[in-house]
Design a protein around this ligand. Structure first.
Ligand code: HEC
Length: 148
């Protein structure tokens, strides 16, 4: 008889722990539904359409022709340098001329949101773990370039 309340209590505790766990999982899903997938999906889609023909689906590029994007200095480096290169072809010091025979087009026609999505996709794919780029950074780079 004396063990009954204790047992009930521990069952109840287990139920609370389970409920808390479920809640955390639900929150993780809700959180990613709010931000992640939309821009990541958009980034992936843009990458497939605009970048993949040269840089390949897994970011390996092509030896001597197209730069790889996995762990390479611009791809995981300073956001503004990366945007300067991708949008305007402003060559960062970390990408010395003459390594690749191919040429990369400029992508300044992309909206702030799209430029942010596709560069963020590169920064978070192919084993890269650089911080994502927000659209307001794209706007800053664009404004600075147009001012010149
Ligand atoms: C027509 C082929 C081509 C396309 C399309 C292309 N690139 Fe490139 N990319 C290149 C070449 C070639 C280089 C190396 C250029 C050089 O060093 O002169 C390069 C270099 C880069 C680099 C620097 C790599 C590093 O970290 O050192 C990044 C970042 C990059 N590209 C991103 C992109 C993104 C993002 C897209 C799509 C929006 C894209 N590229 C589309 C050919 C291409």
């Amino acid at each position: 008889m004396s063990s009954w309340p204790r047992r009930t209590m521990s069952n109840w505790r287990i139920a609370v722990v389970r409920a808390a766990r479920l809640l955390l999982i639900a929150m993780a899903f809700a959180g990613s539904a709010c931000k992640g997938p939309e821009s990541i999906d958009r980034g992936a889609q843009l990458y497939t359409n605009l970048c993949q023909s040269c840089h390949q689906s897994n970011g390996t590029g092509a030896r001597g022709l197209y730069a790889p994007l996995a762990g390479t200095p611009v791809a995981v480096g300073d956001p503004k340098e990366m945007l300067g290169w991708v949008m305007y072809g402003i060559r960062p010091v970390s990408l010395p001329r003459g390594q690749f025979a191919g040429a990369m087009p400029q992508f300044n026609f992309l909206s702030d949101a799209d430029a942010a999505a596709v560069t963020s996709y590169v920064r978070r794919s192919f084993g890269n773990h650089a911080l994502a780029i927000e659209p307001n950074i794209v706007a800053e780079v664009r404004a600075a370039h147009v001012d010149k």
